[in-house]
Each structure stands twice: as C-alpha cells, then as structure tokens.
Write a protein that binds this ligand. Sequence first.
Ligand SMILES: Cc1cc2nc3c(=O)[nH]c(=O)nc-3n(C[C@H](O)[C@H](O)[C@H](O)COP(=O)(O)OP(=O)(O)OC[C@H]3O[C@@H](n4cnc5c(N)ncnc54)[C@H](O)[C@@H]3O)c2cc1C
Length: 276
Amino acid sequence: MLNSFSYYKPKSEIEIIETLKSFGDDAKILAGGTDLLVYMKQQIAGPKVLVDIKGVPDFSKIDVDSGGNLIIGAAVTCNDVVENQYIRNHFPVLATAAKTIGSYQIRNRATVVGNICNASPAADMAGAFLVLDAVVIIATEKGNREIPIKHFFVGVKKTSLQQNEFVKAIKVPADYKDAEASYLKASRIKGHDLGTCNAAMSRSKNGKIKIAIGSCNITPVLLPDFDSNNIDLANILTTAMNSIKPIDDLRGSKEYRKHLVQVFIKRLLNGKGHSH
Ligand SMILES: Cc1cc2nc3c(=O)[nH]c(=O)nc-3n(C[C@H](O)[C@H](O)[C@H](O)COP(=O)(O)OP(=O)(O)OC[C@H]3O[C@@H](n4cnc5c(N)ncnc54)[C@H](O)[C@@H]3O)c2cc1C
C-alpha cells in the first residue's frame, strides 16, 4: 500500500530547487519511479512530497556539448540510451549496459541517472559510467557543481548528494568517444533481476585500462588504472580480489562472485565482453 503524498512537477531547474528547499527531508526526487515507487509500496521509503523532474524539457535530451562531451539529461530513459544512434556508434558500452536493465517496459520508465542516484551496488549503469570517467552534473542552490562519478557512490543506496541538490545530467568526456569498452553481467534470470555480479572495462586512447566491478562491495568499485601496453593479468586479478568484499545473498555466494569477477576480467581483457 502507498501512503498519501503530494506531487509536484516543476518546469525549471530553479523551481525544482525551490520545491526541495520548501519541503526539506519530506521531499524526494521522482524520475521514472521504478525504484522509488517500489520502495514506497514496500514502506521502505515514505516521502510526503514527490518532486517529478520530467517537467524540465532539457532533461530529456541527449546532447554533445561544444567540447565534444556527451551529456545525458536526468530524464533520459534506458531505452532512449539503447536506441540513440550517436551513443550506439561512439559510446556503445552505455547502450549495452542500459539494455541489461529489467525488461523493455521497465527501461521505458527507468532513467540512467535514476539508476546511479539509486546507488545500488548492482546498478548496471554504474560500471559503464565509471570506466568512461563520467562526471555527475549536480544542480545546487548556488549553481551547478560537477564531481567525477568515482566519488559519487558513498555506500549502499547512498550518494554524495547534499540536501536540496539533485543530478541534472551526466557527462561522458570526449576523450572516451570511440574508446574500446565492454560490459558483462551475470544474473539468475534474463531480465527482471539485478546482477549477481557485473564488470565493465575500457581501454582509452592514451593507454589506460579501467575496470569496474558491481555487486561485490557496498558500492560499485573502480579499480586503479592499468597500463594497456604492459598487461600483468596476475596483478590485475590480485588488485580486483583485494578491492572487493562480496557477500552471500539470494543472488549468489561470495565465492561464486569472486570466481565470476576473475572470469569476467579475463574475458573483458580478451575482447570477449559485450559492446553492442
Ligand atoms: C522489475 C525491475 C527490474 C529491475 N532490473 C534492474 C536491473 O536489471 N539492473 C538495474 O541496475 N536496475 C534494475 N532495476 C532498478 C531500476 O529500474 C533502476 O535503478 C532505474 O534505472 C532507476 O531509475 P528511475 O528513473 O526509475 O529512478 P527512480 O525510481 O525515480 O529514483 C530512484 C532513486 O534515485 C533518486 N533520483 C532519481 N533521479 C534523481 C536525480 N536526477 N537527482 C537526484 N536523485 C534522483 C530518487 O529520489 C530515488 O531515491 C529494476 C527495477 C524493477 C522494478
């Protein structure tokens, strides 16, 4: 059952901030609602006020800025990302990761920004954005601030967002356009389930390998950079094992997760990951 709540749909960024300021802790941002409404039905969350961000037209856009960076607005859905030709051509790992989220119907509502703001350790977009060195663009009372996504996740379902702030977009640096990047996910069933484990990898033009691992710690994990001209597999696997702390849960045991991480890293390094 849902508790009663008030619903606001501001038409501008400033109006969103003003609404958040007026209601403080009682208010929560609503994007696609595929996480939030479930929590409300389960009484895990009980906001008295929902602030829908989908009323700001710019937030539904996928753009490229003057510096060639990819900008994905806060209301862009997973299916928008899957179907966007520019993303498929130049940042295909984002489409690959987005396509693994839930079902077609879920992806029609679920936003990619909502996926990272929900901050599940298993969030499928987290790894893809981490290995592309994405930057989270945050609207605040004092204007915008930007933080690297590697500093955005601070705990299970916890982000570094402060009171009266929200994410307006996510930026993927132009440096990663056409970079090799791929993604792998294991889940108990196809669709409708978070992953038992996931991993993403990118190999940038300046010789850096980035690897991110999901569902194996309290946040998605980004490993330190590795040198693509001098790949030391044993060192990469040891670093990965030292960086994760998987748990046993209904999706898999910690031993299985450790095994999957090693298999995924080898596959990604051997070009056997998925990249659309
Ligand atoms: C059946 C089902 C299957 C699913 N399968 C998967 C899966 O395979 N992989 C996966 O990763 N997820 C999965 N999910 C979870 C969910 O669909 C995703 O996390 C989704 O991307 C969340 O986006 P949303 O727009 O629906 O967020 P919402 O539910 O609207 O919001 C989620 C949280 O983020 C906050 N938030 C949203 N947008 C912003 C913003 N712009 N600024 C600040 N805070 C914000 C909200 O306040 C809320 O706390 C599944 C969910 C269901 C119901």
